[in-house]
Design a protein around this ligand. Structure first.
Ligand code: ACO
Length: 330
């Protein structure tokens, strides 16, 4: 790693899916209520992508917007990294389809990162390593998910939680003191069964049986995930703060993965960072998995919540269980 190179975020963008599915709509589909969903999760509505739109379409739109803010073109990119577990298809990588859709004709390396809701932070960490080792100059890092296409709308345990969307950032090699200060990544494989889309892979290849037994839908042991989420997210925040020699008071903005408002409130109390510092949009988007951080970051940046030299803390946790943090001097 070169001490002189920093990795700066110079553009952000998002794709907001057209459709809106409210808690009241869900009341008509499964045995649930607006009150239960709001009190247990903090979600009032979620976005649903229109028929014919694929994950790469949402991602491409987010990248175009981020490139525009960065003052760069698609051919300036020398890498495209897409965090997703709901790509267009198992093969090729969604990042390759994004390259095609944004018109990057320079054959830049394009690949996906699979870390569920932590996919964006994992992708950002990979991008940071390529930039700091001098192997890349401009990288698009994306979080894009279309979880509603993997949802059993007869299962109230999951169908009330998730939404569709995409967010992206452009990172560039810079020689200022601003940029990514650290990233930390973790996985606890004892909980691989707590969050799965079990069917359609090599273990249970797609068949009539996998379809009839609904293995192509997301399965979640919500209570098990909840138990570890607060501890692991708080730990990830603390390691980012400690390893950079800063204090919680120095943190200006928290861009956290948003799965459940109760998880975020508990993390906020545990690490002692006021919830007002969190960039929140869970109420209107639901859990958009890897897209949640870059979407809320884009809204915070464009809404004036993030200023130059602010310290921005990112924390995320998802299936794997994989989680991590990033600390950025904006
Ligand atoms: N409406 C009404 N009742 C419901 C609903 C619903 N939509 N869903 C569950 N219930 C019922 C349950 O059946 C249960 O009933 P019972 O007591 O009769 O058995 C009761 O409500 C309580 O269920 P719990 O699962 O204990 O509810 P909890 O308070 O834990 O909330 C939730 C569930 C929202 C899923 C929560 O556990 C959670 O947020 N977990 C973490 C999710 C997460 O962080 N995921 C990680 C990222 S996702 C990714 O990586 C793709």
């Amino acid at each position: 790693m070169s001490a002189d190179i920093s990795t700066r975020i110079i553009g952000t963008g998002k794709y907001k899916a057209d459709g809106v599915l409210t808690n009241f709509d869900l009341e008509k589909m499964v045995d649930t209520s607006d009150q239960w969903i709001t009190e247990r999760t903090g979600i009032s509505e979620r976005r649903v992508a229109s028929k014919g739109i694929a994950t790469s379409d949402m991602a491409a739109e987010a990248v175009r917007s981020a490139l525009n803010m960065a003052g760069k073109t698609a051919n300036d990119l020398d890498m495209i990294i897409c965090g997703t577990v709901t790509g267009d298809m198992p093969l090729p990588a969604t990042a390759a389809l994004i390259q095609q859709k944004i018109g990057a004709s320079n054959m830049c390396a394009s690949f996906d990162v699979s870390a569920a809701c932590a996919g964006f932070i994992y992708g950002l960490s990979v991008a940071d390593a390529f930039i700091k080792t001098g192997k890349a100059k401009n990288i698009a890092v994306i979080g894009a998910e279309m979880l509603t296409r993997f949802m059993d709308f007869e299962d109230r345990n999951t169908c009330v939680l998730f939404g569709d969307g995409a967010g992206a950032v452009i990172v560039t090699a810079d020689n200022s003191s601003r940029g990514i200060l650290s990233t930390h990544l973790f996985t606890d494989s004892s909980l691989t069964g707590a969050l799965q889309i079990p069917g359609g892979g090599s273990l249970y290849p797609a068949s009539e049986k996998t379809i009839s037994s609904k293995r192509h839908y997301i399965k979640m042991e919500g209570r098990e995930v909840f138990k570890v989420a607060v501890k692991y997210l708080a730990d990830a925040a603390e390691v980012a703060i400690r390893s950079n020699g800063v204090t919680v008071d120095d943190i200006d903005v928290v861009a956290a993965h948003q799965a459940n408002m109760r998880i975020l409130s508990a993390v906020s109390k545990r690490v002692n960072i006021p919830i007002e510092k969190f960039a929140l949009n869970l109420r209107y988007y639901g859990n958009t998995s890897s897209a949640s951080i870059p979407i809320s970051l884009d809204e915070a940046v464009r809404g004036g919540k993030v200023s130059d030299n602010n310290l921005v803390l990112m924390i995320a946790l998802g299936g794997g269980i994989s989680w991590g943090s990033a600390l950025i001097k904006w």
